[in-house]
Design a protein around this ligand. Sequence first.
Ligand code: MN
Length: 505
Amino acid sequence: MKNVVQPRTLKELISLRKIPYNSRKIERISKAYALAKKAHEGQKRKSGEDYFVHCVETAATLIKMGLGSITISAALLHDVPEDTDITLEEVEKEFGKEVAFIVDGVTKLGHVRLKGSIEEYYLDNLRKMFMAMAADIRVILIKLADRLHNMRTLEALSENKRFRIANETMEVFVPIANRFGIGEIKGELEDLAFKHLEPEKYKYTVELETEAYKQRSQYIKSAIKELKKELKNSGIKLLDVHGRAKRYFRLYKKLEKYEMNIDKVYDLVAIRLVVPTVAACYETLGIVHKKYKPLIGRIKDYISLPKPNGYKSIHTTVFGPEGKILEVQIRTERMHDEAEFGIAAHWIYTQGRTWTDIVLRREPKGAEVPEKELEWVQQLKQWHTETGGETDEFWRSIRFDFFKNHIFAFTPSGDVIELPESATPIDFAYRIHSEVGDRAMGARANGKMVSLDYSIHNGDLIDIVTSKEKKLPSRDWLKFVKTTHAQTKIKNTLRKGGVTVVNQM
Ligand code: MN
């Protein structure tokens, strides 16, 4: 019989945090740890280990992300009301309203209707996720950590169940983790789902990457050595430097694009340089390019133009040692933490503190998510109200708007508008204001006239030409707009203007 995993001790658990908890917080976590342990006593998981291991591992993921003691207590207790004799009221009595509210949210999220088609099932799940998100983001973070541990221990389940859970992970949980910018969880969930959905392809990719990585490890080492020296000579403080291997699923996707030719995957391994400031990032880019010639058209500046989920870094592909191609990623420590922990890192940083500040002082009070980070949640809420929202069509289209790759476009005054890929100037216009949409006559992209069904590219500057005389949108626009938002607005205005609109969604 294989070794059964023992739960981490309380001490092991809390020591996973980069910034130590103060004694009051430790006390809260320790109380939750003890209660969860007692409540799940005697319960086993399919793998043979104590059920309690699952609670501790769920909390462990969140502790590594730096979350506070309320979230961690709720994580430890997340399956208590559902699976043990201890009720939600008792949890509330012991830990207060906030912990109980989060635990309740996680429990409700678990009740997914199992009848109907797969499609309906995902929509239902998505709807629940969204509601929980609007109520408290911490519910979703716990759900993601819970799913991560379930995926790590999926082997113990029947093939059927494994497949269903892996599929759901890919369809619902991976996009949500991605939307929150939690690269760490997103990447691992995706690889674990890949492993169970496509075992052959997974095995092939792992073997290919292991071999390729071995071959490249030598020149990665020499590149790191050379770059360290260059930066030192220029007086740039290097906080961290490491090689990173590409995640398996991402690698497989890229291989598919290049007829399975691994030599065409330039970012199989990348070197990450972590420097103190944004200015140092650009300076470092210059130093890297002076040492190694860059490949033309491969410099991606996600600092000036971050990815929609907030990802920031500079990526460049260069001819490294021995003239071999190598990707270099440059970022600050904060960008690095945000790339791994996403929204959770924002909580800490937006309270005006860096990790170092926090180490020296105390952990931030509360866990308010800054309004700006949740703009897209607000937007969803608003659409939900506007459209009545309780139809499957609504959720189906949200699934499109919400998860589709996003692009950024600029207004003439430099404001950034986020849109789904292949959105049009009409989508852009309605995102600015309904009136701009209704009165749109034409559009310019980067100074050139374009048609109203033009596909906006990332970074385009869009200028909408409007007319005061024009009051109603054109019905034809419904044929090409890409966002639910624009569609809803157009229909509403047309109806108000007395034009009959046939529902074509
Ligand atoms: Mn659970």
